[in-house]
Design a protein around this ligand. Structure first.
Ligand code: NAD
Length: 467
């Protein structure tokens, strides 16, 4: 028997099959999630299809409903946040912030101005651009920020008049299921359906004939599979994929001054952030100081069960990811790198000590690949042009940052990063108003802001002849 229910056509639905969800702080299964059958997936999509015209008919009602949804999520944070911590591992405070993040995105889109877009209004014609909903949207999310990343899809999709079938990761389905149960109290039946299951459920959703758009966040490999599945039906696509974000430190940076921000940008959510700093390029003149400042933060970071007070970093979310991070770090060590690590609990749970990898070089897996975990390589450079070339020498292009005292100089370097967001003296600073998307293999399309809203619409030119 599942401990949480799916939401299909406004109803709480269980399933014949279930799968276990592990608490990464213990390594033990703590709850069962429904394993959505193909028939139930059909039901969810048909419910979304049936609800869509009515939902699309009234913009004012949609705005009101999105506000109500946000208010309800905030009121129920005490129910949802502990579930997120238990399945994802993040500290309870961050889990609560994520619930508020979902609400914040709903409110942003509830209030997004949608002015008429008039291209021409003269004696011959009135020509305007109309944004039409695409229909049913399939939203597929990963395990690092299940709620916030769902909100980046659900909020603009619903504002635009679409209906949604949302499928979270099998590692972290529960907080999303819970949010679905809560939101069903204020959204009309069929508008937001939440189903849970494994990767094959995502594949079934992506190739199904009903969704007109797939909005996906996850790995590059899965993004390519989804693009292939969507192609025969020419479904619209937004793909937010992986990143290997570089941070380039210039030679006028003060390592002590930026160390806290840099460490936070690399180790937030235990490094399991698509847009975390994943490799640092430090000038040779400051290299030792930078490594030591970061190692100091790593040694001081408290790692543990996210329900315990004062814990800054939880466990890695799942065994597969823990093995991946461990493997990358061990290979770097075998290749001659020095590891400067903090402490992590031993025994049960997927804990890994926050680790600075000193002396890694381009070509090492820990530098070239996305580690997506609590290990950060620092690479020395002598010439900033060379550092830029190495930072850009990747198939990834999600985001990056440049750090220095002379912010104009840093911005001039940042502008040359080949990525969707280039930060100066900060990293991983995001907001609902700010478009977010990847260049190269880090993605297709854009989420957030008015651009995110546009991505859930098909553009129509409405041309009224006057003469
Ligand atoms: P993943 O690609 O394995 O899984 C993501 C989701 O896709 C899950 O819900 C999964 O069940 C589903 N899925 C798997 N195979 C599928 C298929 N063939 N068709 C349809 N759905 C399928 O990714 P993950 O391991 O959960 O997440 C980690 C990755 O996500 C990292 O690479 C990270 O960088 C990336 N990510 C990107 C962003 C971003 O905004 N760019 C944000 C967070 C995470």
């Amino acid at each position: 028997m599942a401990d949480f229910t799916m939401t299909i056509d406004g109803e709480r639905v269980t399933s014949a099959g279930t799968f276990g969800v592990v608490n990464p702080a213990t390594g033990e299964v703590w709850a069962e999630a429904p394993d959505c059958s193909p028939g139930q997936l059909d039901e969810a999509l048909l419910a979304a299809q049936a609800a869509q015209p009515g939902w699309a008919a009234d913009l004012a009602a949609r705005r009101t409903a999105l506000h109500a949804a946000a208010d309800l999520l905030m009121a129920r944070v005490g129910e949802i946040a502990p579930v997120l911590t238990a399945e994802q591992g993040k500290p309870l405070k961050e889990a609560a912030e994520e619930v508020f993040g979902f609400a914040y995105w709903l409110k942003y889109y509830a209030d997004l101005p949608l002015p008429r877009e008039i291209l021409q209004d003269d004696e011959s014609a009135l020509v305007e651009v109309v944004r039409r909903p695409v229909g049913v949207v399939a939203a597929i999310t990963p395990w690092n920020f299940p709620l916030v990343l769902a909100s980046w899809k659900v909020a603009p999709a619903l504002l635009a008049g679409n209906t949604v079938v949302l499928k979270p990761s099998p590692y972290t389905p529960l907080a999303t299921l819970k949010a679905g149960e809560v939101l069903a109290e204020v959204l009309p039946a069929g508008v937001l359906n939440v189903v849970s299951g494994g990767d094959e459920l995502g594949a079934g959703l992506a190739r199904h004939e009903i969704p007109r758009k797939i909005s996906f966040t996850g790995s590059v490999a899965t993004g390519k599979n989804i693009a292939a599945a969507a192609a025969p039906d020419l479904k619209r696509l937004t793909l937010e994929l992986g990143g290997n974000d570089p941070a380039i430190l210039l030679d006028d940076v003060d390592p002590a001054e930026v160390a806290d921000r840099l460490f936070a940008a690399a180790f937030a959510n235990n490094g399991q952030v698509c847009a975390a700093v994943k490799r640092v390029y430090a000038p040779r003149s400051l290299y030792g100081e930078v490594v030591e400042a970061l190692a100091d933060r790593a040694r001081r970071a408290r790692v543990g069960d996210g329900t315990h007070d004062g814990v800054a970093l939880g466990p890695v979310n799942n065994r597969r990811q823990l093995d991946r991070v461990t493997g990358l770090v061990e290979r770097a060590r075998a290749g001659g790198a020095r590891l400067l690590a903090g402490k992590a609990p031993t025994g049960g749970g997927y804990f890994f000590p926050p680790t600075i990898v000193d002396g890694a070089v381009d070509g090492d897996g820990i530098v070239d690949e996305e580690q997506f975990g609590p290990a950060l390589p620092v690479v020395p450079y002598t010439d900033v042009e060379d550092a830029l070339a190495r930072a850009n020498g990747t198939t990834y292009g999600l985001s990056g940052s440049v750090w220095g005292t002379d912010t104009d100089r840093a911005a001039a370097v940042a502008e040359r990063l080949e990525c969707g967001t280039a930060w100066v003296n900060t990293h991983f600073a995001l907001g609902p108003h700010q478009p977010f998307g990847g260049h190269k293999w880090s993605g297709v399309g854009t989420e957030n802001g008015v651009w995110g809203y546009h991505s859930f619409t098909d553009l129509q030119v409405l041309h009224r002849a006057k003469a």
